[in-house]
Design a protein around this ligand. Structure first.
Ligand SMILES: [Cu+2]
Length: 66
């Protein structure tokens, strides 16, 4: 499973926004957006570009923390 740390999620709305941003990316499967841990986890049915993930999260209004 791939885990991505996300900064700025504070409530279920944020979780929804991030979920929406990521679930349409090709290859992302079994997506879990975890508010408590501040991360998104998913399996890659096919290789997922980290740049794409970053861009989508940014567009939704959040940031990836390293
Ligand atoms: Cu929120």
């Amino acid at each position: 499973m791939t885990a991505v740390r996300i900064k700025g999620m504070t409530c279920q709305h944020c979780v929804m926004a991030v979920t929406k941003a990521l679930k349409e990316i090709e290859g992302i499967q079994d997506l879990i957006v975890d508010l408590e841990k501040g991360e998104a986890r998913f399996n890659e049915a096919k290789p997922v570009s980290p740049e794409m993930v970053k861009e989508r999260i940014k567009k939704a209004g959040y940031e990836i923390s390293a």
